[in-house]
Design a protein around this ligand. Structure first.
Ligand code: SF4
Ligand code: SF4
Length: 143
């Protein structure tokens, strides 16, 4: 009788051990996946920073055309100032929601122009209040 009870106890321990290992494996896999996604996101941000620097400083006509599709206004969330790293000039306001730029008058062109294209919005995880339309709207002549 005692032997049967011991066997059951051993089987229960083995089952819970394998469940725990399976759970640990799943957690480790989820962690690896998150790390890969995070690395991809940061790579996209780095690419975006470089692309905007080039566009804002050397491709003015393209920027003008891209901005013709932009709508909305800045909510001063500061998310674009934390792409890849937090800019040292970024200042949080007392309301805890809005931010200001410590070098606002002299900020770089790529800061002034963010977001230039729809894909830029992906780098701030949807926090930006600007949006883009698909095509420029033609204004009809008033009759
Ligand atoms: S310079 Fe100003 S606008 Fe540009 S990232 Fe820094 S805080 Fe933001
Ligand atoms: S992410 Fe968009 S809304 Fe937020 S501060 Fe930058 S431009 Fe303004």
């Amino acid at each position: 009788m005692k032997t049967a009870a011991k066997k059951r106890a051993r089987a229960t321990t083995a089952a819970s051990g394998s469940k725990r290992r399976a759970l640990e494996d799943r957690l480790a896999a989820a962690k690896r996946l998150r790390a890969v996604e995070d690395a991809k996101f940061r790579a996209r941000q780095a690419q975006g920073k470089f692309r905007r620097f080039v566009s804002a400083n050397f491709r003015k006509q393209e920027v003008i055309e891209a901005l013709a599709l932009r709508r909305g206004e800045c909510n001063r969330c500061g998310a674009c100032c934390e792409i890849l790293f937090k800019c040292p000039f970024l200042k949080k306001q007392d309301d805890g929601l809005t931010t200001t730029c410590g070098i606002y008058e002299d900020r770089p062109n790529q800061c002034r122009l963010f977001p230039i294209e729809k894909r830029d919005l992906e780098e701030v995880r949807g926090q930006c209040s600007f949006y883009f339309i698909e095509k420029p709207i033609r204004l009809e002549k008033a009759s």
